[in-house]
Design a protein around this ligand. Structure first.
Ligand SMILES: Cc1cc2nc3c(=O)[nH]c(=O)nc-3n(C[C@H](O)[C@H](O)[C@H](O)COP(=O)(O)O)c2cc1C
Length: 405
């Protein structure tokens, strides 16, 4: 993203200035609109009037600066679209885009990755590094998928419909040659899940991975059947949502799972089953034992338990224990291609990118998501060339200069 921002006039300084103007406008708008709103009741389910999409004249190249500007106009103050998405400005904003409580777990993710330095090596013949990989039978242009981000209403300010949002995430990822994930938000009723699965099935022929909250096994299996019917690529449980029962829809619940319960879920489907929210070697090993085809090392973007360590901190030990026995995914503050390379060097097979794609979707829909993914791909290509990594499957810790606690 940095690269594209430099390509446009959205330098860091201009970016902040533009943000202040947009922010002030966003703050004033509700005040000015108050009278009109009082006369016309708002349907909470209907998306609010959207800011215009980023200008894209036919054939014109979409610019990152425009995408982020429109995203800020739409999302402010829920997301300030900061020059660095590091968890500082939005600390404590859950629901919203931040990390829970002090926001430290989100900041830990960002800071730990930022502290990792890459060794530059240029005496080699890696001119065209191979970024491609295969994930759950799907050939991808790079080892990066979307993360799981749900809650257009309660997390993102109700500026897009579910259908528009899922279409942007899944479509933008596919356009960039990779895969998107479909969420099951903690506050979402079954009807919302059904709408998402309908988009997955009818618009994308099932090309996406679906996450399900840790509800009762019976409820989860009901949803797994829907994913199977839609032709989904894989299914996941975000087990780290287990402590959020208070935010669940009335009548629903979420709960931790025993290894036996997890094994039942894995056995209930022929789809690859992924356990998202692994932060210890012990649970990574259990995930392998119960037959999970993938784990996602994740602290849920710092949104579920304050003061958890960064995913970059726990990943190396987890990878040392289970590499090759299950697919190791990781998320948490992937912002650039360099972050992807760092995670690969720490032992991941692929990583997930969350908040930047929320901005992309709000800034320019499917094209905005594709632009962000393609920018990450360009950055990853450069980073591999300058560290001498020929193949994403062969990145090792010898490209890491130092990892500080
Ligand atoms: C607005 C928002 C909504 C999210 N919703 C979900 C969700 O429904 N299910 C889930 O497993 N994770 C959810 N997450 C967590 C992400 O999947 C992911 O773990 C995290 O955001 C990755 O970090 P990043 O956003 O810093 O890239 C959400 C994150 C955000 C920011």
């Amino acid at each position: 993203m940095t690269k594209d921002m430099n390509d446009t006039d959205a330098t860091r300084r201009n970016f902040i200035k533009a943000g202040m103007v947009a922010g002030a406008a966003a703050l004033l708008t509700p005040v000015l609109a108050k009278t009109a709103q009082a006369a016309a009741p708002v349907d909470a389910a209907a998306p609010a009037a959207a800011a215009p999409a980023a200008p894209a004249a036919p054939g014109a190249k979409l610019k990152m600066g425009d995408v982020l500007r429109v995203a800020r106009e739409k999302l402010y103050p829920i997301c300030r679209v900061c020059p660095e998405c590091d968890g500082v400005a939005c600390a404590g904003e859950v629901p919203g885009m931040g990390g829970i409580g002090s926001g430290q777990a989100f900041k830990n993710n960002y800071n730990a990755l930022a502290r990792i330095e890459l060794v530059m090596r240029t005496f080699h013949d890696v001119k065209k590094p191979d970024l491609t990989t295969t994930l759950f039978g799907q050939k991808l242009s790079m080892p990066v998928t979307s993360a799981v981000t749900g809650g257009v209403t309660y997390n993102m300010g109700n500026k897009m419909t579910e259908e528009e949002y899922i279409n942007s995430i899944l479509g933008g990822c596919l356009d960039a040659g990779t895969l998107g994930w479909v969420a099951d938000g903690i506050g979402d009723k079954m009807e919302v899940f059904e709408r998402r699965i309908a988009v997955l099935k009818t618009q994308f022929g099932g090309k996406g991975i679906v996450t399900i909250k840790p509800k009762t096994n019976e409820e989860i299996i009901k949803r797994i059947r829907m994913v199977e019917e839609a032709g989904g690529v894989a299914v996941a449980i975000d087990i780290d949502s287990a402590g959020r029962a208070a935010r669940a829809v009335p009548g629903q619940t979420v709960e931790p799972k025993t290894p036996k319960q997890l094994a039942e879920l894995v056995k209930s489907t022929s789809l690859p089953f992924i356990i998202k929210g692994i932060m210890t070697v012990e649970e990574a090993k259990i995930a392998v034992e119960v037959g999970a085809r993938g784990i996602c090392v994740s602290n849920h973007g710092g949104r579920v338990l304050d003061y958890t360590p960064a995913t970059a901190t726990v990943l190396p030990a987890i990878a040392a224990a289970v590499k090759g026995k299950t697919t190791i995914l990781v998320d948490g503050a992937v912002r650039r291609g360099q972050d992807v390379l760092k995670f690969l060097a720490l032992g991941a097979d692929a990583c997930l990118c969350g908040r930047p794609l929320v901005r992309g979707a709000h800034g320019a829909g499917r094209d905005g998501v594709a632009l962000i993914m393609n920018t990450i791909k360009d950055e990853l290509t450069v980073a591999m060339t300058l560290t001498g990594v020929a193949d994403v499957r062969k990145a090792t810790s010898n490209i890491i200069a130092k990892v500080q606690a």
